[in-house]
Ligand binder design. Structure first.
Ligand SMILES: Cc1ncc(C[n+]2csc(CCOP(=O)(O)OP(=O)(O)O)c2C)c(N)n1
Ligand SMILES: [Mg+2]
Length: 543
């Protein structure tokens, strides 16, 4: 027990952030949260406060921080419109399993739920937050703050990674009480792998001719085990978005979502580790006859959503290790398939060269970005193509928005990635449409000298919508063409460095220059409206 102190709720929250290792808080202050913001002032030598230009930016930067590191990404916003402005980032963090913490306010305690029409009032903000997070709670009195915050961090550190939120009413943030700020945080240990399930999995795998492993973000902590399992079984390891790089695509065993389609057709046992199996069951769809499924997942509800033949609710590392330990003595040594895998992958790389001009630009970015540099994708022609066309070598380095596919998340997220990883190069690729969702955060990039390289592929359109209207709706174009600013001048007017690059060769030279800069850089790549070859046959091959 530490010594009780008289503290405000805001101070108790700030102490909890420091205690739990939060070093950065993104956000925008407002009257309801002033007493918390003032407490952050007191902690300014331990917590860096980054002020944004829109709460969407705060949420996405916290998301980028969390997604790229696995550490808690924290942001604060005013209640009501502030919370709703950050809502897209919260649902992204939920969908993509990122530990994001939102700290917000509410109207005064005695007015909550009365509908009197108080500044920033929502009918039931806590219910709204609970619909966007894994867990949300209100602090009703300063004495509750240490325990509520400990529970918030426990939720962030236990089970499936997902966002959480804490709100305090306006009057409660500044209220003071004698409290013990040091409530310890006890994460829930993962369940141990069930030996009976392991035995059934071993029996299935002993008879498997063509097993496949597939990994999602839940397997990031089991990198060595996944590779060992792949080598033992001589199985390809496929991943869709967040699992990319767990087994690098420069290893014979690492397959992108596109390259994995061929081996999928003859798969007889699928092992899913920390993944919803979106790739196989929602995208590739055609399930090979007689397929058996083994799943290792920390989220018990996954076993209900997609019932496997053998399911293990446990941590990815523990579960894969237990499977390896039981399987290796039981399995005859398998002949190497490395040459076969390499040939499959190089054939796939040739096939996708037709996806131009995207592949030409992606090849150049891969050549310039170091293998542990971060690439932040987008919902755009280059972003979609990158999911199979940009090789990923290290976990977390391919930063995605997950299944929300939310246009505009990329640039703001990438700023958070760079803040969390100041020593690593970070590149954001975005469309002209998506970039303008977060353009105001150029001011934040300049203010904090965030050395992010952003490439805006400008096809003067919501290009994906345009293609659908031309192909599916017989050219009835509506709401898909865009009128844009001069992106180079725009970035320069914010105080960022900016250049134009028209071809892959020009982009290479400009990128080399960009990575040598110390502040934010924008590169505009102008392209013809509707010029892109569709990436969709490689993303939804059976639709
Ligand atoms: C938040 C959100 N709004 C709208 C959409 C629908 N949508 C999907 S792709 C797209 C076009 C994106 O345009 P741009 O960023 O310029 O990329 P491009 O396809 O032109 O490369 C839109 C509007 C979405 N996915 N997410
Ligand atoms: Mg566009």
């Amino acid at each position: 027990m530490s010594k009780p102190e008289t503290l405000s709720t805001g101070q108790a929250i700030a102490r909890s952030l420091v205690r739990n290792g939060v070093d950065t808080v993104f956000g925008i202050p407002g009257a309801h949260t002033y007493d918390f913001i003032d407490a952050l002032y007191e902690c300014r030598d331990r917590i860096r406060f980054i002020v944004n230009r829109h709460e969407q930016g705060s949420g996405y930067m916290a998301y980028g921080y969390a997604k790229s590191t696995g550490r808690v990404g924290a942001f604060t916003c005013v209640p009501g419109p502030g919370v709703l402005n950050a809502g897209a980032a919260l649902c992204t963090a939920y969908g993509a399993n990122a530990p994001v913490l939102c700290i917000t306010g509410n109207i005064q305690s005695h007015n909550i739920g009365r509908g009197r029409g108080i500044l920033h009032e929502l009918p039931d903000q806590l219910a709204t937050l609970r619909g966007l997070t894994k867990w949300s709670e209100r602090i009703n009195h300063p004495s509750e703050a240490p325990a509520v915050m400990a529970e918030a961090f426990r939720q962030l550190a236990s089970g499936r990674m997902r966002p959480v939120a804490v709100e305090a009413p306006w009057d409660v943030f500044g209220a003071r009480a004698l409290i013990d700020p040091e409530v310890p945080m006890q994460p829930v240990p993962p369940p141990q792998p069930d030996p009976e399930a392991i035995a059934r999995a071993v029996a299935l795998l002993q008879n498997a001719q063509h097993p496949m492993i597939t990994v999602g973000s839940g397997a990031i902590g089991a990198r060595a085990e996944v590779l060992e399992l792949a080598q033992l079984l001589q199985a390809p390891v496929t991943s869709h978005r967040s699992g990319r790089g767990i087994v690098g695509e420069d290893s014979p065993y690492g397959f992108s979502c596109g390259a994995g389609i061929k081996p999928w057709q003859s798969t007889d046992v699928l092992i899913g580790i920390g993944t919803r199996l979106e790739l196989q069951f929602l995208r590739w769809i055609r399930i090979p006859a007689g397929l058996k499924v083994i799943r290792i997942d920390i989220d018990a509800t996954e076993m209900v959503r997609l019932k496997p033949d053998v399911g293990m609710v446990t941590d990815a590392k523990l579960g894969t290790r237990a499977l390896l330990d039981a399987l290796s003595p039981a399995l005859a040594k398998r002949p190497s398939r490395e040459a076969e895998f390499k040939a499959l992958k190089s054939q796939f790389r040739q096939e996708i060269q037709k996806v131009q001009p995207q592949m030409g630009f992606l090849d150049v970015i891969r050549a310039v970005l170091p293998r542990d540099g971060f690439f932040v994708e987008e919902i755009s022609q280059v972003g979609f193509t990158s999911r199979f066309g940009f090789p990923v070598y290290e976990p977390r380095t391919f930063v995605t928005g997950g299944y929300q596919d939310n246009v505009g998340f990329g640039f703001m997220t990438a700023l958070g990635v760079k803040i969390a990883n100041p020593g690593k190069p970070v590149v954001s690729v975005t469309g002209d449409g998506g970039f303008m969702f977060g353009v105001m955060e150029l001011a934040t990039a300049v203010k904090y000298d965030i050395n992010l390289v952003t490439i805006v592929f400008n096809n003067s359109s919501y290009g994906n919508v345009l293609r659908d209207q031309r192909n599916v709706y017989k050219g009835r174009e509506i709401g898909s063409s865009l009128t844009n600013p001069d992106f180079v001048k725009l970035a320069e007017s914010f105080g960022a460095a900016a250049r134009l690059a028209k071809t892959p060769a020009e982009l290479k030279a400009v990128l080399e220059w960009a990575f040598a800069q110390s502040g934010p850089v924008l590169i505009e790549v102008p392209t013809e409206r509707g010029c892109e070859i569709s990436p969709w046959p490689f993303l939804h091959p059976n639709l």
